[in-house]
Design a protein around this ligand. Structure first.
Ligand code: MN
Length: 191
């Protein structure tokens, strides 16, 4: 079963001005597509040929892990955006953020710091452990929390390709604008 690039539930200019059409055309249309294509070609003829992406993330190594994780990470990132979605967490996730971070404002500050200070390429993640406790972690390169037995709730891509066309070196500006894109209804359902 070949993996495919997921359809986005919004038009290519829907994330402007935070993320431009041009960035989305490259980031989703070229980078994300390449990770999907590479996962297909690298899994062919291996024991992962018919595996799902989660299995590849948990068990594969090297190029297949990197590309499979990147394919998953980008789908998770892009599908959390929605200009018309809920602006704040709802239900159990809203309660858990208050419990584990004190307030939504404080969570955003802590998450923003982790995203802005991650050295090099990678992802900032909001994850939950087996008990439902939330934490913010940094992962380098393709790193995906499923590998550590954690459940991803939300992520921010801080590879330069995510923001360089729009923000150049100003990663903190990208991260602080990123909040305006999130559809918290989608994210809250992941908790
Ligand atoms: Mn990316």
């Amino acid at each position: 079963m070949a993996f495919e690039l997921p359809e986005l539930p919004y038009p290519m200019d829907a994330l402007e001005p935070v993320i431009s059409r041009k960035t989305l055309e490259f980031h989703y249309g070229k980078h994300h597509q390449a990770y999907v294509n590479n996962t297909n070609s690298l899994s062919k003829g291996t024991k992962f040929e018919n595996a799902d992406l989660e299995t590849i993330i948990r068990e594969a190594d090297g190029g297949l892990y990197n590309n499979g994780a990147q394919a998953w990470n980008h789908t998770f990132y892009f599908l959390a955006f929605g200009p018309d979605g809920a602006k704040e967490p709802v239900g159990a996730l809203a309660d858990a953020i208050k419990r584990d971070f004190g307030s939504l404002e404080n969570f955003k500050n802590e998450f923003g710091k982790k995203a802005a200070t991650l050295f090099g390429s990678g992802w900032a993640w909001l994850v939950k452990d087996d008990t439902g406790k939330l934490q913010i972690i940094q992962e380098s390169n393709a790193g995906n929390p499923l590998r550590k037995g954690l459940t991803p709730i939300m992520t921010c891509d801080v590879w330069e390709h995510a923001y360089y066309l729009d923000y150049q070196n100003r990663r903190p500006d990208y991260v602080s604008s990123f909040w305006n894109l999130l559809n918290w209804e989608v994210i809250s359902e992941r908790y």
